[in-house]
Design a protein around this ligand. Structure first.
Ligand SMILES: NC(=O)c1ccc[n+]([C@@H]2O[C@H](COP(=O)([O-])OP(=O)(O)OC[C@H]3O[C@@H](n4cnc5c(N)ncnc54)[C@H](O)[C@@H]3O)[C@@H](O)[C@H]2O)c1
Length: 285
């Protein structure tokens, strides 16, 4: 179903690598809703990945850039304004990478040079993106900027490692810059905290299959998919959310408000018997 929510809007989507990527789904939905967009990813990802197929399908130009490099970001914003014919209405930061996780370094044995890379690529790049856009006055009045986060910013999750610190910083940048950019230009800045999702980045998380199963069992609405996340991003880019800024918004089927569900407890005890009343009827928790 389409609603023309982004008719006439111009956007930049960072981080579509392949069909599984959350950014891929957001790009497709944005164009479906009437937007014109450019796509950006690292030169290596553009060369090796499938993003050129997405560009062709959506009639979107691809601008290779390292999001931790300020000059690259300046190029992305100036070329995007030129290609799309005006200031940018929405930006998606869908970028995450931890070299410590890749090298299987545990949280109590971090390599600090690699930690700096994790923070730079996964969080400080968001600050760089917004600072570059603001200095170039590249975002239209009332524009919307989003980054994708995870609940490990608030709570400890085994195996999420230094990405938890990166997500906490990412969410803080949304608040700090949201105040400044909102006050001066009416630009909204938010993060969406997404359920675990089986993507290239997601599959790097230790015990991802168990994490997916656990959060599915804990969440009253089940895990949110990449498509669900794309729908939420579209609403946040649209004019329907003009007064929402500096928020971390959960798209997680209710997971972040749960303590324990019957389904998770059952999985833990490996028995349903304890959760039946005297007539054998299951007690739903
Ligand atoms: N998959 C999940 O379980 C999950 C859950 C919550 C939040 N997120 C977040 O969603 C976002 C998108 O991840 P995804 O799950 O779609 O995986 P993905 O692997 O498809 O996307 C990650 C993207 O980051 C890009 N990237 C890495 N280094 C970069 C750099 N220096 N400059 C520019 N781009 C760079 C990659 O090329 C890739 O396109 C990430 O921020 C991730 O942390 C993912």
């Amino acid at each position: 179903m389409t609603f023309n929510l982004l008719k006439g809007k111009r956007g930049i989507i960072f981080g579509a690598l392949n069909e599984l990527s959350i950014a891929w789904k957001v790009a497709e939905r944005a164009v479906e809703e009437g937007a014109i967009i450019t796509l950006s990813n690292t030169p290596v990802a553009v060369r090796m990945g499938e993003v050129s197929a997405l560009g062709e399908k959506l009639n979107a130009e691809i601008l290779p850039a390292d999001a931790s490099n300020v000059e690259d970001l300046e190029m992305v914003f100036s070329k995007s304004m030129e290609i799309l014919g005006g200031k940018i209405d929405f930006v998606l930061h869908s970028i995450g990478m931890s070299p410590n996780v890749r090298k299987k370094k545990t949280y109590d044995d971090l390599d600090y040079d690699l930690l700096e890379k994790t923070l730079d690529i996964s969080a400080i790049s968001f600050h760089k993106m917004i600072q570059v856009a603001k200095k170039m006055d590249a975002i239209a009045e009332g524009g919307s900027i989003l980054a994708l986060s995870y609940v490990a910013a608030q709570r400890s999750f085994f195996g999420y490692n230094d990405m938890a610190d990166a997500k906490a910083l990412l969410e803080s940048i949304a608040r700090s810059f949201g105040y400044i950019y909102g006050r001066e230009k009416g630009v909204r800045i938010n993060t969406i905290s997404q359920s675990p999702t089986m993507t290239t980045a997601g599959s790097g998380i230790k015990g991802m299959n168990d994490l997916l199963d656990f959060s599915e069992k804990m969440s009253p609405l089940g895990n949110a998919s990449a498509d669900d996340c794309a729908d939420y991003c579209i609403v946040m880019f649209s004019d329907l959310t003009r007064k929402i800024t500096m928020q971390n918004l959960y798209n997680d089927g209710g997971f972040s408000s749960m303590g324990m569900s019957l389904r998770a407890m059952n999985q833990y005890s490996k028995s349903l018997d304890e959760f039946k009343d005297e007539h054998g009827k299951i007690i739903y928790g």
